[in-house]
Design a protein around this ligand. Structure first.
Ligand SMILES: Nc1ncnc2c1ncn2[C@@H]1O[C@H](COP(=O)(O)OP(=O)(O)OP(=O)(O)O)[C@@H](O)[C@H]1O
Length: 207
């Protein structure tokens, strides 16, 4: 199903006693990347979780625009890939079994598992227990989830953390490919992501 935009309308987020933001409008359009930037603690991760439907906004609402999506308010999450700080890797399972699990859960609409492992540079490591992967390799495995299941909206929290230069370049190529196909990419980041011309949303003023 095509998604032409993800929209956050007059969003507010309170965490504990702290009001992180209010009256915040967010627009992320098909074929565009929106980078959420700002100092530590500004609320970037909180905003991404709200946009993904994982955290309720204190005020405001999130909706998707696109043909046939008028009634989809309640089902925003099924169109979204969310990658958080945690890589959601099950250490006791093999690398291959981890990705196969996600492919089943998210929908087997993308690459086969072995192809996705090759794409992220984990080819040959599929039989290893995931707990022995390095931090960067775990991140690569998390990124492979984007490839095994096709979803129009990617919401990514610091996606290149722990990635080496080559893996960062690979990630950027996946992101540009997603955008070229009309996807939406929203990322919180402290580092440039090499996604070409991007939109930017700054939280928290000057840090
Ligand atoms: N469950 C929670 N309860 C109370 N406060 C929280 C909770 N989660 C986050 N916070 C607070 O909300 C603020 C924003 O956190 P958030 O993780 O959204 O920031 P961020 O901009 O992503 O930061 P960073 O750049 O360090 O990742 C922080 O002050 C944090 O301590």
């Amino acid at each position: 199903m095509a998604v032409s935009a993800l929209l956050g309308e007059k969003l507010a987020c309170r965490r504990g006693f702290k009001l992180l933001f209010e009256q915040l409008d967010v627009t992320a359009r098909s074929g565009r990347a929106l980078l959420v930037v700002g100092p530590n603690g500004a609320g970037k991760s909180s905003l991404l979780r709200i946009l993904s439907g994982l955290l309720g906004a204190t005020e405001g609402k999130v909706r998707l625009d696109g043909p046939g999506l008028e009634a989809a308010d309640a089902g925003v999450g099924e169109h979204i890939h969310y990658l958080g700080h945690e890589d959601a890797v099950k250490g006791a399972l093999t690398v291959r079994a981890n990705l196969a699990f996600w492919r089943t859960v998210l929908g087997p609409t993308g690459l086969p598992v072995e192809d996705a492992l090759d794409e992220v540079g984990l080819g040959g490591l599929g039989g290893l227990r995931a707990q022995v992967l390095s931090a960067g390799q775990k991140r690569r495995l998390a990124i492979a989830r984007l490839l095994v299941s096709r979803r129009p909206v990617w919401v990514l929290d610091e996606p290149t953390t722990a990635l080496d230069v080559k893996a960062q370049a690979r990630f950027a190529a996946f992101g540009r490919g997603h955008l070229a196909e009309g996807g939406i990419l929203i990322a919180a980041t402290h580092a440039p992501l090499d996604l070409g011309d991007v939109d930017e949303l700054r939280l928290g003023g000057v840090g």
